[in-house]
Design a protein around this ligand. Sequence first.
Ligand code: AHG
Ligand code: MN
Ligand code: MN
Length: 331
Amino acid sequence: MAGLMTLSRYNLQRRREYEGATGDFTLLISHLALACKIVSREVARAGLLDVLGKTGDQNVQGEQVTKLDVLSNELLIEVLSDLPMVAAVASEEDEQIRITRAGRLTGRYLVCFDPLDGSSNIDVNVTIGTIFSIRKRQTVGAEATTEDFLRAGSEQVAAGYCVYGSSTVFVYSTGDGVDGFTLDPNVGEFVLSHPGMRIPDATTCWSANVGNTRNWLPTTLAFVDKLTSGQGRYAKCSLRYVGTLVADVHRNILQGGVFFYPDDKKSPLGKLRLLYEAHPLAYLVEQAGGKATDGHRRILDIVPDGLHTRVPLVIGNGPDVDLYSALAAAA
Ligand code: AHG
Ligand code: MN
Ligand code: MN
């Protein structure tokens, strides 16, 4: 036991560092981790439980909803609804925000999430994940409104994700570095496995859907020319694309790399969503020493104009993200 630093022990120890900490936040993180453990269990036995496949419905994004999308979404909402510190949640799968049961008037926190990222990979046993973002709301005492959620990413007080891969890994930051925990299935707990995650300086891989090349704009094409030039910092740089944003970003944080899903001729705002994907991952990558841009603006400075606003995303090693911005500025 002495050596086993579980997520709850770690949070309790860190709580001691903050004078006046109420414990609310620790409880919130541990409940998000609990929801991720349950999703992990469902993902692991999905093939046995008739939870693979699509529901036949489309979500607010116009995308096919899978049964595991729905299950994860409902599970997260259920777990968060009982927490008195959470006032409301916003999910990629729901058109509107949901006011929680316990914290609707007095809860100080707002939680945004992508319950299951990488839906197209579910049925083929490829890594998927959950992404979350936590903000403090400005006003307490009344029910939260949509506007309360439409704030810059720099106002997040924490963000994290869980990847359901060869092992289940829970990664989060409260603005003081990034730590990763691996689920020990025997103990049923997340155990500290990646303390103080920092993105390595070298860019060992780049990640993008090259199937979209025909639609890419000159900036993106020029960027790919650099990445594949074999020159300078790109002397040895492989293409790796899982097709699950959170898995691609997780790998790039561990090994060094850049991911991009840019605006293109077909999609002027790209594909990814600001509140549920870009903001939390940008927060984590910055905390790990990297950067994230839409080509012109730091992702964390962008204020969404709607709950489901999309945004072009270039995220990873600082020099690569800067190179993309320089090419965009020159275009
Ligand atoms: P989601 O499953 O939450 O809708 O997100 C899917 C996203 C992201 O995870 C991934 O990077 C991207 O879509 C892949 O898109 P393409 O299939 O267009 O490459
Ligand atoms: Mn997603
Ligand atoms: Mn999703």
